[in-house]
Ligand binder design. Structure first.
Ligand SMILES: *Cc1c(COP(=O)(O)O)cnc(C)c1O
Length: 353
């Protein structure tokens, strides 16, 4: 298929195999379907979640619910803490397929007063210090749960491994001493989760109920299932000392300017080129041939087997990349590899093989 722009090519069979391996190894898996859909889009991930056979997915915000609810038929957790002044979140509290996350005592009071026994998860504050109710306030939580359909506790751990397990255990014990319910965890590897479930289990030896939310490791965990490329839109021969680009920057050496698809709108190369380089320093570095010292930034585009330098920061939908004279330039229409951070990327198309 002839495509142009920035393309994510997916080996569909291998990707699905990876999804099945992760879901098989993660009892109680809750796929996280939020933001830019990890590069694939929310609809696509909702569809894949449905075919994985999970009963619940998690979206990031109340506004994301509409993008998934007609595609995925199960329960939908909203991860962003519920607030009484968020109209959409309040509306969704009445929806029988929605589970709201409540992360402040004042909000727990408000949603309890809302009536209709909304389904809620109560979030505990972790060392992340993002959202959550501190364990010191747990005694006030218990009575409020009677007016709610309490679905469990949520604990969002940092990614750093050190101290993670003891923290998960300590918080889980405090939670379960307040009210019994499943524990919904993030960033705890399945082996540690299994150990925790056993450790917190009931007197008869049955393990505690755990649900594990996974995004990156599920959707993006196997890099070999995908490639990302960009179309070469134009190629111009240039000589050292000539000027080019929006900023009319001096070209550092003889070579080519390769105009490639992909720019800020695709989430490409947002890191600014070295800025604190004076014109004099730049002139010296240009003379000595060091492109980095010349104030150029390394681009995510690979041409001729190497990452090449941006001539200037990426434009909205294309980028100017410098290729030295020693290289054979690509042809217009060629596709070159581009390294994308898929959690911030927006591609022009996804091609599934
Ligand atoms: C985004 C998010 C996740 C998923 O994080 P990944 O690192 O992508 O797996 C899990 N839990 C919560 C609460 C989140 O906000």
């Amino acid at each position: 298929m002839a495509v142009t722009g920035v393309t994510l090519r997916l080996d569909g069979a291998r990707w699905r195999e990876h999804l099945h391996v992760v879901s098989g190894a993660t009892p109680g898996l809750i796929p996280v379907v939020k933001g830019n859909g990890y590069g694939y889009g929310l609809a696509r991930l909702a569809e894949e979640s449905a075919s994985l056979g999970v009963d619940t997915i998690a979206v990031g915000t109340a506004q994301e619910v509409d993008a998934v609810r007609d595609i995925f038929g199960g329960d939908i957790v909203i991860l962003t803490p519920w607030r009484a002044d968020d109209d959409r979140a309040v509306e969704l509290a009445d929806d029988p397929r929605i589970i709201s996350t409540v992360s402040r005592l004042s909000d727990l009071r408000s949603i309890a007063e809302h009536g209709g026994r909304p389904r809620v998860l109560v979030e505990l504050l972790t060392s992340m210090r993002r959202h959550g109710i501190p364990t010191t306030e747990l005694t006030e939580v218990a009575p409020l749960l009677e007016q709610l359909d309490f679905r469990g506790w949520t604990i969002h751990l940092p990614i750093r491994a050190e101290g993670r397990y003891p923290e998960a255990e300590k918080l889980s014990r405090a939670a379960l001493a307040t009210a019994l319910g499943p524990l919904w965890l993030s960033h705890l590897p399945p082996e540690e989760a299994a150990a925790l479930a056993r450790q917190l289990g009931g007197a008869e030896g049955e393990p505690a109920a755990l649900r594990l939310r996974v995004g990156t490791r599920l959707w993006l965990g196997d890099e070999s299932t995908r490639t990302t490329t960009a179309t070469v839109l134009d190629v111009h021969q240039v000589r050292r000392g000539e000027r080019a680009g929006y900023r009319q920057r001096v070209v550092p050496a003889d070579g080519w300017i390769v105009v490639v698809a992909g720019g800020t709108s695709h989430g490409i190369g947002l890191e600014a080129p070295t800025s604190a380089v004076s014109m004099r320093q730049r002139a010296i570095s240009v003379a000595t041939g060091s492109l980095e010292a010349a104030g150029l930034a390394l681009s995510p585009y690979t041409i001729g087997g190497k990452k090449r330098w941006f001539l200037e920061p990426p434009h909205m939908q294309s980028s100017l990349v410098f290729l030295p004279r020693s290289q054979t330039p690509p042809a217009i229409g060629d596709e070159v590899p581009v390294e994308l951070r898929l959690t911030i990327a927006t591609v022009d198309q996804i091609v599934t093989d």
